[in-house]
Every structure is written in structure tokens, then in C-alpha cells.
Design a protein around this ligand. Structure first.
Ligand SMILES: Cc1cc2nc3c(=O)[nH]c(=O)nc-3n(C[C@H](O)[C@H](O)[C@H](O)COP(=O)(O)OP(=O)(O)OC[C@H]3O[C@@H](n4cnc5c(N)ncnc54)[C@H](O)[C@@H]3O)c2cc1C
Length: 470
């Protein structure tokens, strides 16, 4: 970028800030600079953003959909681009922003507008934190099912924009299955409502599904009508330890073939258990070399536990119905027990495959490890075939500032393994900026053309989150 361009960008962003303050009395706008650096990255890109030392974008903190509309419309008029932002916990670089961009953050749009037990819906603003919604719903005896491991730090709007998955998605589905209707501010500043408050509704194209998972490139969600369910009468955690990763993956098939449909089925391979023990001071490896952690819920919990024990014992599982206290600890370890090796290079992935293919993905690790000189481990949301592999490589004195090419090559080969098994490059984190090249391996050229045509039809000026997702 030339000095003249930088000066012009700076001038137009300054004009934007002044004009927005003029148009909306009292609107909260943060000037671009070092004070807004935290809005320039998400959880995946924090390290690189900190290393770059670049100043942050202009940030608007609207209090209403009308303020979002004005902020978007003005940006479009001035030819600026806009990055929608929830809580910034994304793991794909989807909410990253430069100094010459406008971030519209939903962090002050935190109202639960309505809870209707008879319609089994809640109407919420996008900045509501997932866990806060469920705390609010508890007294109604209801819950909102999609529960990303980031449930206590991520926003409903961000969950919708990434079509977030979670632990209980094995039984209750991903975010899309819980979204009935959305209010969306489009890139020209107009506001539309898509979908229906009713459970059924097929009028017109299904734009709700189009906006869910669109990573902020088509519109900004300013309100959502979400589906609720009764809190189950009982919940129990069952663990099954095995002697090897391969035996553990056999256990996963045994659950699928049983009549039980657990709410959550999480799988830990041998190195993941060792990592958690080293990082969290536990001794899970003493109990076995692979773990399936299961939550069952609803009526007949004793029968469900017994059927699971029969199915898992038959394939070598050592099954325990955990106490409530141990269950809380085990789920906490699943969410945040694994450590990232700061003394090594690493890449995290989010591939997904049909459930039946999980054993083949794990079985592919040793050959990739030998070929690229890396170590691979993976936790997985096994109930829906979604793995989070962690690929690491030792640092050597010859390495420069960037990871060796072999690390990325190993990660790309693993993505190709998933694709060859009928899988996908991203199960739940989204494409963002980080996985665009891998997405090109999965999507045909014509399919990508269609996606760009949809983007161009809704956002001809490329105002919203350009360079992301597609
Ligand atoms: C510890 C940890 C665990 C995680 N576990 C999971 C998991 O189990 N499952 C899972 O799916 N993800 C998980 N994630 C990733 C992340 O939490 C999810 O992607 C989450 O949905 C992002 O929400 P957010 O509010 O932080 O969105 P952000 O990171 O702020 O934004 C994410 C994307 O959504 C867009 N966006 C945000 N708000 C809006 C809006 N109102 N309208 C339009 N676009 C918008 C942004 O532009 C960006 O493209 C995890 C992350 C961490 C750090």
C-alpha cells in the first residue's frame, strides 16, 4: 500500500467516525488505533496480530438494529468495508479486521427480548452469550441446545454466523437446527426478517439457512428467534476406557449400533489423554489408552446406561457411570483440559467425516507422522464425526520465524484424507481467512461460482467481510 493510499484510507475512516457520530446522537464509536487492536483478530489469529503490532480498526458498538443499519449504510456510502463481530472467539480468522475497516461489534446487543414456553422459542439479540441465555432459561425449565465448547464466551450471533456445533449436537443438531427466524441488516443498510416463528414454514427460498453459517459476508444478524427444549428430567455421564485408540474407535461404532442415542459422545485418543494429564495434572492414562465420554439424558436413564454398558463392554470398554462431581470435572477437561505446546510448532484442524469413517482417520495418523516428521493427536465430537486434530512439530535452531513447510503439508494431507472419506475441511469453525485454500480442495469450481454469485447479488459492492469464507 502506498503512502498516499494510507493517507486516503485514514481520511475516509476519520470522516466515517465523525459523520456517524453526527448522524446518530450518542452512538459509541472507537477510533482506529492501538486502543482497538483487540478487535483486529479472533482467537485463532491473536498471536499473529500481536506479533504484527498493527493498529486496530474503527469499532462501532450499536445499541439497536437501527444503529447497525445506519453504521452499515454510511460505510457503504463512503466505500468502506465492514467486519461483523460477536465475541471474537472464532477459530478461522472470520472476524479479523484491518485499520481501514469498520468493525460492528454486537457486544452491547445483549437483551433476551422474549421467552415463550408455549411456542418453545426465545427471541434474542445477537450479542447474548450462549451460557447467559441458558442461565436465563433455567427458571422456565427450558434450554437452548447448541453448546460449543466456547459456550461461556461466544455469542449467539457468532454461533449463528458460524453454524456452531457443540458437544450435545450429537442428539440435538447443530445451530441451524435451532434457528427459526432472523432479522438481518443487509450490506446496503436495509433490514429483512427471514424464516418463521412457527416450527413449520416453507414460503419462498430458505434464506434463514443461507444466513446461518454465512460468516458475516451476507448480512449482520440483529435478532434471532431460537428453538428451545425442556431441560431433560435426568442427565448422566458414562465413561468407557479402552486399551488403544483403535479399540476406542470400535467402541464408537458399538454405540451407533446400539439403541441408545446419547446427547454427547466425545472421543479422546492416547496422545490427547497424555496431553490432558500433562497439562491439567490428571491421571486419565492410568485408566486406559482411549476414552469415550458420553452424556445420556431424558427418561429411562438407567436402561440407557445398561444398554450402553452392554454394547461397550462387548468391544473391550471398561464402563463407569460417573458421579455428578466426577462428571463435571471430566466435561471441563474435555472443554479446556488440553494444552497447546508453546515450545513446538502446531496447527489445529476441524475436519469432519461420516461417523463410520472415524477409525480410518485415526488409523491414517502414523503414516502421516512418519512422512512429515510431525505428531498428530485428535479429540473428536465423535457423535457427529467431527475431529479436532492437533498437529505438532519440534522447533529446531534452523527454523525461521515461520513454521516449517512440512507442518502445513501434513495438515493439508490430513484434510485430503478426510475429503477422500466423504468428509469436509471444516465441521464447525468455518472457513474464515484460514481455510480458504482447503475449501477450494472440497468445493467444485461451479459450486464456488454459485457462492460468489450469491454474494454479488446481496453485496455487489463487497461491503461485508470481504475476503472471508468463500
Ligand atoms: C476454547 C474454544 C472452544 C471452541 N469450541 C467450539 C465448539 O465446540 N464448536 C464450535 O462450533 N466452535 C467452537 N469454537 C469457535 C468459536 O467459539 C465459534 O466459532 C463461535 O460460534 C464464534 O462466536 P463469536 O461470538 O466469538 O463470533 P466471532 O468470533 O466474533 O465471529 C465469528 C464469525 O461470525 C461473524 N459474526 C459474528 N457475529 C455476527 C452477527 N451478529 N451477524 C453476522 N455475522 C456475525 C464474524 O464476522 C465472523 O465471521 C471454540 C473457540 C474457542 C476459543
Amino acid at each position: 500500500m502506498t503512502t498516499q493510499q494510507l493517507t486516503e484510507d485514514h481520511t475516509s475512516i476519520q470522516t466515517y467516525v465523525q459523520e456517524l457520530r453526527h448522524q446518530v446522537d450518542g452512538i459509541e464509536v472507537l477510533e482506529p488505533g492501538t486502543g482497538t487492536t483487540r478487535y483486529s483478530h479472533d482467537a485463532a489469529t491473536a498471536k499473529t496480530a500481536a506479533a504484527s503490532g498493527n493498529p486496530g480498526p474503527a469499532v462501532v458498538l450499536p445499541l439497536s438494529a437501527t444503529e447497525v443499519q445506519t453504521a452499515v449504510r454510511l460505510a457503504a456510502e463512503l466505500g468502506l468495508t465492514v467486519v461483523p463481530r460477536g465475541a471474537g472467539t472464532g477459530l478461522s480468522g472470520g472476524a479479523t479486521a484491518q485499520q481501514d475497516q469498520v468493525v460492528i461489534s454486537t457486544e452491547k446487543l445483549t437483551n433476551v427480548i422474549e421467552v415463550s414456553p408455549l411456542d418453545e422459542v426465545a427471541v434474542v439479540e445477537p450479542g447474548v452469550i450462549n451460557a447467559d441465555l441458558n442461565n436465563h432459561l433455567e427458571s422456565f425449565g427450558l434450554f437452548y441446545a447448541p453448546d460449543p465448547a466456547s459456550f461461556d464466551i461466544s455469542s449467539i450471533g457468532g454461533n449463528i454466523a458460524t453454524n456452531a456445533g457443540g458437544l450435545r449436537c450429537a442428539k440435538y443438531g447443530v445451530t441451524r437446527e435451532s434457528i427459526l427466524s432472523l432479522d438481518v441488516v443487509l450490506p446496503d443498510g436495509s433490514l429483512i426478517t427471514v424464516g418463521h416463528r412457527s416450527i413449520k414454514g416453507v414460503t419462498g427460498l430458505d434464506l434463514t439457512s443461507l444466513f446461518v453459517g454465512s460468516e458475516g459476508i451476507l448480512g449482520i444478524v440483529t435478532r434471532a428467534t431460537v428453538r428451545l427444549r425442556p431441560i431433560p428430567v435426568a442427565r448422566k455421564t458414562v465413561s468407557a476406557f479402552f486399551n488403544s485408540t483403535a479399540e476406542g474407535t470400535d467402541g464408537l461404532a458399538a454405540i451407533t449400533l446400539s439403541p441408545v442415542r446419547p446427547a454427547a459422545i466425545e472421543f479422546f485418543d492416547t496422545p490427547s489423554l497424555a496431553n490432558i494429564d500433562a497439562h491439567s495434572g490428571t491421571s486419565l492414562r492410568e485408566r486406559g489408552a482411549a476414552l469415550i465420554l458420553i452424556e445420556i439424558d431424558g427418561y429411562g436413564i438407567g436402561d440407557q446406561a445398561a444398554d450402553l454398558a452392554t454394547a461397550l463392554s462387548a468391544v473391550g470398554g471398561r464402563v463407569t457411570v460417573e458421579s455428578d462431581d466426577d462428571a463435571v470435572r471430566l466435561w471441563e477437561l474435555r472443554r479446556s483440559g488440553r494444552g497447546l505446546p508453546q515450545d513446538k510448532w502446531y496447527i489445529g484442524e476441524d475436519i469432519a467425516v461420516p461417523k463410520s469413517q472415524l477409525p480410518k482417520v485415526y488409523a491414517a495418523f502414523p503414516a502421516l507422522e512418519a512422512r512429515f516428521g510431525v505428531d498428530i493427536s485428535a479429540l473428536s465430537h465423535a457423535g457427529d464425526g467431527n475431529l479436532h486434530p492437533l498437529i505438532t512439530k519440534d522447533k529446531t535452531p534452523d527454523d525461521g520465524a515461520n513454521p516449517p513447510a512440512s507442518l502445513l503439508e501434513a495438515a493439508t494431507e490430513l484434510v485430503k484424507v478426510a475429503l477422500s472419506l466423504g468428509g469436509t475441511v471444516t465441521g464447525e469453525h468455518g472457513v474464515g481467512t484460514i481455510k480458504r485454500e482447503w475449501a477450494a480442495l472440497e468445493l467444485s469450481e461451479r459450486s464456488r461460482e454459485v457462492q460468489h454469485a450469491i454474494k454479488a447479488a446481496i453485496d455487489p459492492q463487497q461491503t461485508l467481510n470481504p475476503g472471508k469464507a468463500i
